[in-house]
Unconditional design. Sequence first.
Length: 507
Amino acid sequence: MSMFCFQCEQTAKGVACEISGVCGKNAETANLQDKLTGRLIGLAKGGAQGADDYKTIVDGLFSTTTNVNFNDKILNELIEAVKTEDIYDMAHLWGADEDIRSLKSLLLFGLRGMSAYTYHARALGKADEGINKFFVKGLRAIGDESQSADDLFGLLMEFGGINLKCMEMLDAAHVETFGHPRPANVSCNIEPGPFIIITGHDLHDLKLLLEQTEGKGINIYTHSEMLPAHAYPELNKYPHLKGNFGTAWQNQQSEFDNIPAPIVFTTGCLMPPKPSYADRIFTTTVVSYPGAMHIGEDKDFGPVIAKALEFGGFAQERKMTGINGGNTLTTGFARDMVLSVADKVIDAVKGGNIRHFFLVGGCDGAKMGRNYYTDFVKQAPKDTIILTLACGKYRFNDLDLGEIGGLPRLMDMGQCNDAYSAVQVALALANAFECDVNDLPLTLVLSWYEQKAVCILISLLSLGIKNIYIGPGLPAFISPNILNILVEKFNLTPISTPEADLQKMLL
Ligand code: SF4
Ligand code: SF4
């Protein structure tokens, strides 16, 4: 075994990547990421505190998430920057009792997910001492061999609440900086002339790119998790924010093949670039790939702009579609928008026009079984509403599902972190109907791929939300005993077929 990693859904044989990563990460990079994590645990055990230590922890954890940092040079620099003598050997974790390893992995991968949200909030001037302190507490617990399964389970539930607070902080940062999202129709077509594609989750980087390209005759297209940007007033006020390019992350190697434009990766999900477009990849934040040009903290997008002008874009308009052949995507149904029509929603439920809500959200990925989500949405009865978020929606967000009493049947609430918005809507509905969230006509049908999905799932469980369906497969790091606990306590259910699941959900 030359490496050990089982943090994402595409892990080798559904068990662990032990020779090289299915994601393209090699053993050396994986071992450096372990070394970095071990040092961060050492730093936490030594009593990390203060803005510098918190930054070291957040940047370090973010760099170890799936499809973010493949660059050994940068990882070595991050390792050197962790000032500690106390280095935790990750072999202790990977070789621990199966249930302890499972609980500690849930915590570690959840912390990795939360580090991304903390990073984006920090870029917009937000920080929270309670969240920062929990990074230290959580890492310390991972390195503490005396933690029992009960201790760790309690800590996980505490973490769920902290991560919800973190998503709330990021939501506030987005709304205060860019305004409340409002519904937007987004074209899939690419206009003639120079353009730049921007992907990932960092709206601050998008804003800076829009400012720096203003008046230069360059159009900006969002990709994947950047789609919700079109709904924010302070972003869509730029007329050169034109539309959306392509679908979810796993299709990038075919969609970016030989396009006449640069691509900016602000976060995951970066796949190893093919030679046909490697010379046009730019990275920001903690994203890094050997040979790809990095835009540093000065956020000077000049080299990207020069590349866009050099390649010049398409000579004629390029008609594009989503995976089901639709040409327009909609977004912008975050909490403020949905709650502004709450009366309409409540009347439609009471009048029997809306039978059920499904939150079909989460990550996309390459597995065949993910067609489940497309089929599920297509088969959902016409008197049901589909709420969605994160990049899994590209399986169905170009479908025209029609309306119920003026409300669109498909409502995109935003990025994965906008799970916070979904929780707020669910709590408001429960309040209006004077019932528990679990008694609402609402089912969560989640797709997971990487660590942000892990922290969101833990937050949902910590809120006591039951009957969540999860797929396309269960995480390799959840042991049979821990799964039994999650099933018993929360009725966490693996997806089966859309037909059978819909029948159960609509009973
Ligand atoms: S991130 Fe996923 S694919 Fe990559 S090495 Fe880890 S488990 Fe394997
Ligand atoms: S939601 Fe997850 S899988 Fe999708 S692009 Fe973001 S990090 Fe990647």
